[in-house]
Ligand binder design. Structure first.
Ligand code: GLC
Ligand code: GLC
Length: 812
């Protein structure tokens, strides 16, 4: 079925071009790479924050708004009686032309109306705590134009949660200062806050507003603010209520003339003893300095060029040329870009994650790392240390931590028994990419308590031991609160809708609840751990853990196999979950993914049978569902998973995150055609071509969940952007399909391709080397026959690392 299209890819500029503002859902982008961040939709909705979307929200945004996505950075242009915005919203005046280009950490929105073009470039310059909005107004008509321009931002009172709650206080605390063309927001600065924000424009202004009700009018809306409609700013000074920032500028444009205005939304922190320049007057020194760095078109253009170069460099580390545009653009541009965004935000701030709910996930961040480590290894290194610092001495972990404080989050606590294994997963990926074994000797505390430091290696060891010390009656890992599937809550037993499934009861006494997902994860990461130990000369430790891994493999073969697939779990009472004997949810994806990745029972045909069962029972038009058939009723022994209606989220949704696990299983089994078919089904560029309307969310990135075959509207996407899917898609395609695998001593080449694949080239920067690798598949799905390095044949499939430029030819 042909569906309406709202945009298209522009690969040359690495942009997605939206040509209709009325997308099926706001299609957003992220600005900023460290510290200062913004979310921006295709109609300029969204908000900004410093480091932490909960505790340092700079501008206000209302989730669950009607209409959706109201509030953002708005420019109102009053041209005679017509008032319009370059991004169409909020006035929704029909435009003569509209375009939004989402690029790598920038967005450019252009509108045209009655002979005027307004184009706004939004970005956060590298290392700056500010969002630049460069507005270019061009008179394309034959007459002189007199325009009235109003800018608009609404301040958030810093804590995004209390900002939406504590009105009895909030309506009395708001404070601003106005100085020339700069509006300062200083709520709570008089007491415990050492930070303020400002909104500046690099031109003289003819008026301003800082009080929302005065500017908008109590009975008007963002779509028709009174000050704008009347073309008259009020020069209001906010005291309490809702402070905003709006500049008013009168602009005259000759025919053909063009003018730039640089707007700057900035954030400043001051030292305690340098807070004020006079009683109650904020010290603006740092703001002045920041403004001076970005107050001309030339300076801003230079900062933008630097940002583009930064992305060029990042995206030059791994580049593929297959001739298939849909694959190349995801690998070379969007998948890597999404990995960076997910690494930065974990699951905190998107149009589905409100930024007040969750900090950084322990397991999430370790997985995100795998998609990001090749881009900026030092940041990945720091992340590993931060994560490990929230571990407990027994190997358990805080499930989440706050990015601002880096402290474990007590509200959610620990007890998710898969968490420890992921630390090995992340650390091994880091060392393989960088060759930096020294990270293992870093001294890392427990629960951030000074004085408790042990080496990172010791943290890895106790992580493995945490699994071994928590085995159940079948010698399989006890699940705890949940494993990767946060919603499989086998020790929770909740009948109270006011309880959280994740934090309520975790009945460990007498539980027999075991997880096959953790079993598979333990075998995969255990093998990695063993190899690492051997590599660093810890033979005894390697042998000890090999035994545990072997024992786990035996336990899975004995009590984790259902005949055609791997079981999913045992419940509290020791009853099977994910078995043919069950009425519903007979098969689950997670254990198929992890046990096939672990290749458990491959020699007995278990892996092949499991993969076939995934195709038979889980696969549908839009990907593989999590379980089948869906649960049709709440089962209190199972928890949240059975709380979702059929086909959504963890109850038989296509939870994209886990599809790559099966795909990797397929590649390890050498089944390139099947791997590719599964992969293409959830690859955004393929979905983009066919299902823009149905899919609803951004077509340039993966979303967490696509409604499954049991759902009311199969194929509809939700929870876009922040998902482990990004890293897993990257890991899968870069290492297992295209077959370029960083390893301790070099790069292992081991592609697994559909038989239709033709010759392709990967340019891979790796440590101090750069490899140009050409693969000749010759119709084969798997198996490297021969490799030459700089013209000379090598033994085996690992290109030994050496600095410099190299050419590699691979024949399959
Ligand atoms: C979300 C969570 C992740 C969890 C997954 C499955 O993506 O962030 O931690 O593993 O859901 O429940
Ligand atoms: C994951 C799941 C979601 C669940 C949440 C709890 O994000 O996707 O369904 O509510 O975890 O933390």
């Amino acid at each position: 079925m042909e569906q309406k299209r709202y945009g298209h890819f522009d690969d040359q500029h690495r942009e997605y071009v939206i040509t209709d503002p009325q997308t099926p859902w706001p299609w957003i982008n992220y600005l900023g790479n460290e510290d200062f961040f913004s979310l921006i939709s295709n109609t300029a909705g969204g908000y900004s924050f410093y480091k932490d979307a909960k505790f340092r929200r700079i501008t206000r945004y209302r989730y669950n708004n009607v209409p959706m996505d109201n509030g953002g950075r708005y420019f109102y242009i009053k041209d005679g009686d017509t008032v319009w915005n370059p991004g169409w919203k909020p006035c929704k005046t029909p435009l003569d032309f509209y375009e939004c280009r989402h690029g790598m950490s920038y967005t450019r929105i252009t509108g045209r109306k009655n002979g005027i073009e307004a184009s706004v470039l939004f970005f956060v310059p590298l290392k700056k705590w500010a969002e630049v909005q460069k507005l270019t107004l061009t008179n394309q008509s034959k007459e002189v134009k007199q325009l009235k321009l109003f800018s608009f931002e609404e301040w958030c009172l810093w804590n995004a949660a209390t900002d939406m709650e504590n009105f009895q206080r909030n309506f009395s605390t708001g404070e601003v200062e106005i100085e020339g063309s700069t509006i300062y927001h200083k709520t709570e600065y008089r007491e415990r806050r050492n930070h303020y924000a400002f909104y500046h424009v690099n031109a003289p202004i003819q008026g301003f507003d800082t009080d929302r009700e005065t500017f908008v009018g109590l009975y008007n809306a963002f779509a028709d603010p009174q000050a704008v409609m009347e073309g008259k700013p009020r020069n209001s000074h906010a005291h309490g209520w809702s402070p905003i920032a709006s500049h008013y500028i009168e602009v005259t444009l000759q025919p053909g003339e063009s003018k730039d205005f640089v707007f700057l939304l900035g954030y400043i922190e001051n030292e305690q003893d340098e807070k004020f320049e006079a009683p109650q007057v904020i010290n603006k020194k740092k703001a002045h300095a920041l403004i001076a760095e970005l107050d001309t078109t030339e300076k801003v253009d230079k900062a933008f060029a630097a940002l583009c170069e930064y992305w060029d460099a990042l995206l030059n580390i791994y580049k593929v040329k297959t001739g298939n545009d849909k694959l190349d653009r995801m690998v070379n541009i969007w998948n890597q870009y999404q990995c960076m965004v997910t690494f930065n935000f974990s699951r905190s701030a998107s149009f589905f994650e409100s930024g007040v709910g969750r900090g950084m996930g322990f397991r999430d961040s370790n997985q995100d790392l795998v998609g990001f480590v090749h881009q900026i290894p030092p940041r990945a290194r720091q992340r590993i240390i931060d994560i490990a610092s929230t571990q407990f001495p027994d190997g358990g972990c805080y499930h989440q931590y706050q990015p601002l404080t880096k402290r474990g989050n007590n509200d959610i606590g620990g007890g998710f028994n898969d968490d420890p294994c992921w630390l090995i997963f992340g650390t091994v990926a880091y060392i393989k990419e960088t060759g930096d074994f020294s990270i293992l000797d870093e001294m890392v505390p427990f629960d951030n308590q000074p004085g408790t430091e042990v080496t990172l290696f010791e943290h890895l060891k106790i992580s493995m031991d945490h699994v071994i010390k928590n085995l159940g009656p079948h010698m399989l890992p006890l699940i705890g609160r949940a494993d990767w599937n946060d919603c499989l809550n086998l020790n929770c037993f909740s009948w109270d809708p006011n309880e959280s499934f994740q934090t309520t009861e975790n009945v460990s006494e007498g539980t027999k609840a075991e997880s096959l997902m953790i079993a598979g994860l333990f075998v995969v990461t255990g093998k990695d751990y063993v190899a690492l130990c051997k590599k660093i000369g810890k033979a005894d430790e390697a042998a000890r853990m090999q035994q545990a891994v072997d024992a786990m493999i035996e336990a899975v073969k004995k009590d984790g196999w259902d005949g055609e697939w791997y079981l999913r779990a045992y419940d509290f009472y020791g009853r099977k979950i994910g078995s043919n004997e069950c009425d519903e949810a007979k098969i689950f994806i997670e254990s198929q993914g992890w046990c096939t990745m672990a290749e458990i029972g491959a020699e007995d045909g278990m892996v092949a049978k499991s993969l076939d069962s995934c195709k038979k029972y889980l696969e549908c038009e839009h990907g593989m569902v999590l379980n089948n058939p869906a649960f049709s009723k709440y089962i209190y022994e199972y928890g949240e998973i059975s709380s979702y209606p059929e086909g959504y989220k963890e109850n038989a949704g296509i939870f994209c995150h886990n599809n790559p696990w099966v795909i990797i299983g397929e590649t390890l089994a050498g089944r390139g055609n099947d791997a590719w078919n599964h992969y293409a089904k959830i690859l955004p560029s393929y979905v983009e071509e066919k299902y823009q309307t149905l899919h609803k969310v951004e077509p340039y990135v993966n979303c967490q969940m696509v409604a499954g075959k049991d759902a009311f509207r199969p194929g509809e996407g939700k929870n876009s952007w922040l998902t482990g899917t990004a890293a897993w898609m990257w890991y899968t395609v870069s290492e297992f399909i295209l077959g370029i695998k960083p390893d301790y001593d070099g790069i292992r080449i081991d592609p697994c391709l559909p038989e239709t694949a033709t010759d392709y080239t990967v340019n891979r920067k790796f440590r101090e080397a750069e490899y140009e690798i050409t693969i000749h598949p010759n119709g084969s799905q798997k198996g490297v026959k021969s490799i030459t390095l700089d013209g000379k044949p090598i033994d085996g499939t690992v290109i030994p690392y050496s600095a410099g430029k190299h050419t590699v030819e691979v024949t399959m």
